[in-house]
Design a protein around this ligand. Sequence first.
Ligand code: NAI
Ligand code: MG
Length: 359
Amino acid sequence: SEPRTFRIAAIPADGVGTEVVAAGRAVLDALAAGSDGSFAFDWQEFDWGCAYYARTGKMMADDGLEQLKEFDAIYFGAVGWPTVPDDVSLWGLRLKICQNFDQWANVRPVHFLPGVLSPLRKADDTELDWVVVRENSEGEYAGLGGRNLSGRGPGGEVAVQSSLFTEVGCERIIRFAFDLARTRTRRKVSSVTKSNAQQYGMVLWDDVFKRVAAEYPDVETESVLVDAMSAKFVLKPEDLSVVVASNLNADILSDLGSALAGSLGLAASANLNPERRFPSMFEPVHGSAPDIAGQGLANPIGAVGSAALMLEHFGLPDQAARLNKAIETVTGAGTLTRDVGGTATTDDVTKALIDALGD
Ligand code: NAI
Ligand code: MG
C-alpha cells in the first residue's frame, strides 16, 4: 500500500533550537527509513526566528500562518536571542502560532529516565511519572493590558497585565485532563490555582473543576494552591498523575518537573489543537539556551521526546513507543550530554538514538 506521508513544518528558530531540531529530524528520518515504507515524513524547514527578524523586522513571514496551516504538524525548536527583546520574539513566533492555531492544550510529561540522576533522592526507589497539562490559550498569557496607563511618563509609569479566564477555556482544558487521567494507571487529576489570592478567574476555574469532576467519579481529584504544589512536586511527587494548571502556573511547574527529572533538556511538550482544525506543534520545553548554543552541548532528548508525542498525535503509538524505548536505552547505557552529567555531544546522543532504534 501507499506509505502514509506526514507533512511537517520544521521551525528550528534560535540557539540550541537549530541543534535539537536537526537531531530530532535525523532520528525521525531513521525511524521512517526502518519502517519498510509504511510511513514517511515530508519536511519543509522555515528560517523564522531572531536572525530572520534582524533581516526583515519580523519574526515570521506575513503569511506565515497561512503557510503553516497546510501541514500535518509543526516541529519547533526554541525562540529567543539576546538581540531581540524576549517578549517580541516569543509573541512574534511561538505564541502567535499557539494562539492563532488554538493549540489550547499543552501536554508536558515529567518522565524519569534510567541512567539520569535526579536531584530527588526519592527517585531512586519510587516510581515517579506525571504529566503537566497546561492551559495554553488564555490565563496569564492572554496578552491583555497596556503600559503607561497613568500618562505620567518616566518614573510614574503604570502597567496592567490582566489574566483572562473563560468558562469555556477552563472547561475544555479540565475535561482534557480528566480524559487523559482515564488513560493512565493512576486515575487522578490535581488542579492547581492560586484562588485564595486571585478571587475572580481562579475561583471560576475551581468552580468549573468541581462541576466537571462530578462527571468523572472514577477519577480521584484534589485542588492545590500553586505554592503548595511546587512543594509537593519535591516532597510527594509519587502522589501525582495529571496536574492541570493555568498558562503561567503550568509553565513554571513544568520547568520544575523537568529539573527534578534531571534537566530542562529532557522535557518534551505537545501544543495540541485537539479538534484538529489546525496543525498541532511539538517542541522541547526548554528555550534557546544561548549559554551553550553552537557548541554541540545541547541535550536532544527533549526534542526527540517531543517527536514521540507527535507520532502519537499521528496515530502511530507503536512508533512513539519505539522512540521512547530508544531514549531509555541510550540514557540507560550512559550516553549523556553535559547537563545530565555526561560528556557526550548532541551528535553522539543522536547517533546512539538512531543505533538504538535498530535494536
Ligand atoms: P533556557 O531553557 O534556554 O535555558 C535555561 C538553562 O537550561 C540554561 O542553563 C541552558 O543551558 C539549559 N538548557 C536548556 N536547554 C537545554 C538543552 N537542550 N540541553 C542542555 N541544557 C539546556 O531558558 P532561558 O535561559 O530562560 O531563556 C533563553 C531564551 O529562550 C530566552 O530568549 C527565552 O525567551 C527563550 N525561551 C523560549 C522558549 C520557547 O521557545 N518555547 C521557552 C523558554 C525560553
Ligand atoms: Mg517555559
